[in-house]
Design a protein around this ligand. Structure first.
Ligand SMILES: NC(=O)c1ccc[n+]([C@@H]2O[C@H](COP(=O)([O-])OP(=O)(O)OC[C@H]3O[C@@H](n4cnc5c(N)ncnc54)[C@H](OP(=O)(O)O)[C@@H]3O)[C@@H](O)[C@H]2O)c1
Length: 272
């Protein structure tokens, strides 16, 4: 069995490669990257590094040759129309290479929202279905990074978490948990034709988030809603499903998902 991974030099890709090496021989892993010079460390570990750029279909056909499983990590391009084209290049190359199982990093509960981001992921999922290749969709919830964007560090520093008014309920996941889930699928059996909603087991409110920051810093942290806090981020958040939860992530990784407290502690660099 050979496992191909695109985006292997990215933050998620590197975590996946690291966890994969705990389960399979380095010789079974092929890193497909657009900048091979960034993957020199993989080569030293015995991982084959191949050049593959989503914008250069011919490079992908060569990169995927002989692979039995392919993990297609979604493109980070900011234009979702471009991302569709990039993903289709990879999907066509996977079909040409007769890949036996295509695993794709999608987005959680895409049917429950209507933004271009989720349309992109649904479009990619449907494009994969057209190939007839057995597939698994790893539908990730928001990466916990978004907590930094809503002002987590500022809240820890000034003792006040200021958020846009609204009935918010969130879950967020760590890349490391997602990487473990991807490895479970890539190295396990029975995941074909399955979609997994990789969310935290429960959602939480901004009030709970402020309380958690307070416990970690040992200082009071109030939560205040302020219409002036409105930004593109809140408009984005209102249009995706951040509150639905699923046990899929914990089932795949065989333990509890990383708790909110641990994630917040890492993000604010708390000593607590
Ligand atoms: N669920 C969420 O909240 C969330 C948040 C952000 C992103 N995402 C999605 O999850 C994906 C993985 O996340 P991440 O944190 O690992 O992102 P990342 O660190 O930006 O990694 C993206 C990877 O894609 C590669 N890439 C970019 N353009 C490419 C191209 N034209 N051809 C081939 N490879 C290309 C990059 O290569 P280089 O190393 O050469 O740059 C990098 O390895 C992202 O790409 C994005 O689609 C999800």
């Amino acid at each position: 069995m050979t496992i191909l991974i695109t985006g292997a030099t990215g933050q998620l890709g590197r975590l996946i490669v690291g966890h994969l090496l705990q389960k399979v021989e380095a010789g079974q892993v092929i890193a497909c990257v657009r900048h091979p010079e960034k993957a020199a460390d993989f080569g030293r570990l015995g991982i084959e590094v191949r050049y593959g750029d989503y914008d250069r279909p011919e490079s992908l056909a060569e990169a995927f040759a002989g692979g039995s499983k392919l993990l297609l990590i979604s493109s980070p391009h900011p234009d979702d129309t471009v991302r569709i084209r990039q993903h289709v290049h990879a999907i066509e190359a996977a079909k040409q290479a007769k890949v036996g199982h295509l695993v794709y990093t999608s987005f959680a509960y895409p049917e429950k929202s209507s933004i271009t981001l989720t349309q992109l992921h649904l479009a990619t999922e449907y494009a994969i279905r057209t190939t007839g290749i057995p597939y698994t969709f790893l539908r990730s919830a928001l990466y916990a990074d978004f907590l930094v964007a809503i002002g987590l560090k500022e809240a820890a520093a000034r003792g006040e978490l200021i958020t846009c008014p609204g009935d918010w309920a969130f879950n967020a996941v760590t890349r490391d948990d997602l990487a473990l889930a991807a490895v479970a699928v890539l190295t396990g059996d029975g995941h074909e034709q399955r979609s997994y909603e990789l969310t935290a087991p429960r959602s939480w409110t901004f009030g709970e988030l402020a309380q958690t920051v307070s416990e970690l810093t040992g200082k009071p942290v109030a939560h205040r809603e302020d219409p002036a806090a409105d930004s593109w981020l809140y408009r984005f958040l209102t249009r995706i499903d951040t509150s639905s939860t699923s046990p899929d992530l914990e089932r795949l990784i065989g333990r509890g998902a990383t708790p909110l407290r641990e994630t917040v502690k890492r993000l604010i660099g708390a000593q607590a």
